[in-house]
Structures are given as structure tokens and as C-alpha cells.
Write a protein that binds this ligand. Sequence first.
Ligand SMILES: [Zn+2]
Length: 468
Amino acid sequence: MDHQPSSDLPVKIGLEIHVQLRTKSKLFCSCSADYRSASANSNICPICTGQPGSKPKFVNKSAVENAIKMALALNSNVNLNNAISMQRKHYFYPDLPSGYQRTSKPIATGGSLKDVTFTEMHIEEDPGQFELRDGTVDYNRSGVPLVEIVTEPEFKDPKHAREFLEELLAILDYLSAASIQPGSLRVDANISVAGNNRVEVKNINSFKGVFTALTFESARQKNLVKNNLPVARETRHFDESRGTTSSLRRKEDAQDYRYFSDPDVSYLILSESQIQEIKKTLPELPSEKRNRFCKVYGLIEEEAFAITLEKYMADCYEQVAKSVDSKIAGNFFRGILKKQLNYRGLSMVESELTSSILIKIIKMMTSAQITEKVAEQLLIAVLDLKADPQEYAEKNNLLGIQEQSTLNEIIDKAISENPQAVKDYLSGKQESINFISGIVMKLTRGKADPKHLQLTLKEKFDLIKKSG
Ligand SMILES: [Zn+2]
């Protein structure tokens, strides 16, 4: 899609990221914030459906604390002078029963992540869910606490935004202050190309979707600019299944929302000492853990980065690294483990893998009972069949690195059955050694030690060469 070099026309991207805060109840009432399991319109009350005469309760304190925790973890400045005050943001849409959304004044400003400055962060309530296809509304979500994180338009390209979100997601995972399940994160993006009009893209409902939406939209605008066509100032809708954006409406201004202070909600004043108390609850954050893993466990930066993106994985790694060679474990986590999880689209916590299972597999490998190839086979058996690695290895005859005498026979067989590969090698194609090696691995079901096999094959080929 992105066939034009991204440097030819400068792109500016800013993001508004909505994250659901992890709380028991909604922002202004006692309805559960866990709305997903409830049947439609059963998790509601007069407050969160904006019924006449209903008054909001005092703002949910744990929502505020979680939001402050996020701001502190992102090195944003919590505004102590401003008490937390709620405003009404007016607009009409069927998912908003009161005709306005309660949204706080900024609770924090400034700070940065991956060279992108945070403009501000504020708390607001989630609207209900409007189903465009049949016109039904489910208000179960109405009033669930959100934090909106607004950035300056400082992203250089979609990849930059993806890296930023990856790190943000890791920080949120570590804080346990926000819900990071699918549907909990929603992103609006504003994009402009070469100083032309800014376009807002709405309805990006996954972090993965952000990259697709930004790639499509920046290519679309670049095309217009290159063809001397105007870029309209508008709001566009992202269609995740198609990976495209389409025009929704003219862009609204802040004054279109007629913001004013909500007379029904009292101010919440946080003292400096309360903020300091919240600060004390901050856990070790991904970047800090990364540095420590490199120092303590001898990991290279890429390994530490891959392992610390998910807190559960980082915790498991640390358990494993205490029982086996920490560098071999690091290599296993970044390589085989990540590969197999990515292939299945699973996070480590979703995979239900435990550190004790991984210790078993890695110990079999370090005690030379199995090769790395077999270790991968065992991991697959654990993931897909919930097998016990030791039992599975015994049952399938995977234990024991192949004896040299049997290995020699198998190598001879592979060589004699593939004369072309030998000819290729003799004529200078070094990589045909990998072809034979692959065949041997298949025949031994991965039990041959790969390094040893490479050496043996090289010797054999050189012998053939000498004998002409
Ligand atoms: Zn309610």
C-alpha cells in the first residue's frame, strides 16, 4: 500500500486515545463497569441513562486514582491547581441519552513517550453502543469511566504511531489501571499532509487498526496533494474489515459542543500528599524492567524489549531465568516462544503457559536431552494439546540427541537421494548444504543437533569434492 517513499511529503499525525479505566462501578453511579457479560440494557440505572430527575453521584474515586496513576507513569504533569471538575460536552447521537457527555477538564498536561508530547489527559464517561445496522442501542456501557489521552501531531508515520501504542499498551498492562481487552481501546487520529487540511479519522477500535487506518489515510491524502486536488477538512470513518476510510461529516469545532461546567457534579480536590501516595503505588515500568533484565540476566536489548512488552511474560521469564541459564531462556522467549504465540495471535496470559512448564522444556534442552527443534515441537504440543512436555517427548520418541552412527546413515541416505544438491554444492552453491540439512532434520524428527549436523555435512561434502 505504501509504495511512495514516506519522506517525499511530510505527514503529521496526532492521536486521541480512549482507554477504559479499571474500576468496579461506573463513573457516576453504582452500576457495574463490567458491562460485557450483561444482557442488553440490563446494566443500567436512571443516572447512567440520563433520566429526568436523576442526579449523578460523586465522581468514582478509584477511576480518578487510576487516571492519575496513568498520568504519573507517563511522566505527565498532574495539575494540582485545577481541582478535577466535570463539564458537559453536548452533541446528539442515539448512544448518548442525556444529550451531553460528562468530561473532565485536563487532569494532566505535558510529558512524552517515544518523542511524542502529550497535550493533555482527561476523564470522561463512555457512551452506550449504537448498532447502525438495526438502530438498536445498548446502554450497558453508558457511564463506564474512560481516560482520553491526547497527543500533539508529532507522529512522523504510521510505524511511529504503532511503536508508541505498543509501548503505551505495555505501560497500561503493567499498571493494571486500565482495561486492555478488545473493545476497551479506541483511537481517533488526525492526519495532515504537507500542511494541508487536517482530517480526523474516527472508529479505530484496535491498536492494530491504527496502523492500517493511518497507512490508508496518509496514502489517500498524499495522492490528492500530488494531483493538486484539495484535501477536505472533514471527519472520516474507518472501516476495519476493508482497511479504508470514508467521509462522514464536516469537521466540528470545539465550540460546536457548547462545553460548560456540570452543575450537578462537585469538584474533587486532590492534595499533593494524595498524589504522592498514588505515586508510591507505581510498579516497575517496562523501560525500567528492560534495563534491569539486561543488567541482571545478561539479555541483549532486543530480547529484553520483546520479553517485557507483556507483564505476565516478563514475570514468567524472571521465574524461568532463576532456574535455568538466563541467556538461553532469553533466547528461547524472544525466538521460539514469541513466534509460536504470534502465530496463534495469543498473548502469553491467554496461552495459559506457566513458568514451570517452560522451565521443564528449557531444562530438557540445556541438559542435552533434546535439541532446540524438539523444544519447539514440545512447546507446540503444550500450546495445542495441553500436553505435558516430558510425557509427550517420551511417547513420541523425541528424547535423546541422535547417535552419531545412525546420524551418519541418515546423512548418507539424504545425500545419495539428492545428487543435484551435491552437484550444486560442488559448483559453489553453499546454501545447498541447508537443503540436505533440512532433509536430515525431517528424517530424525528434529533430533539431530543442528550445529553438529552442519559440521558433519560440510566434512562429507568436502570429502566428495576431494575425491572428485
Ligand atoms: Zn447506572
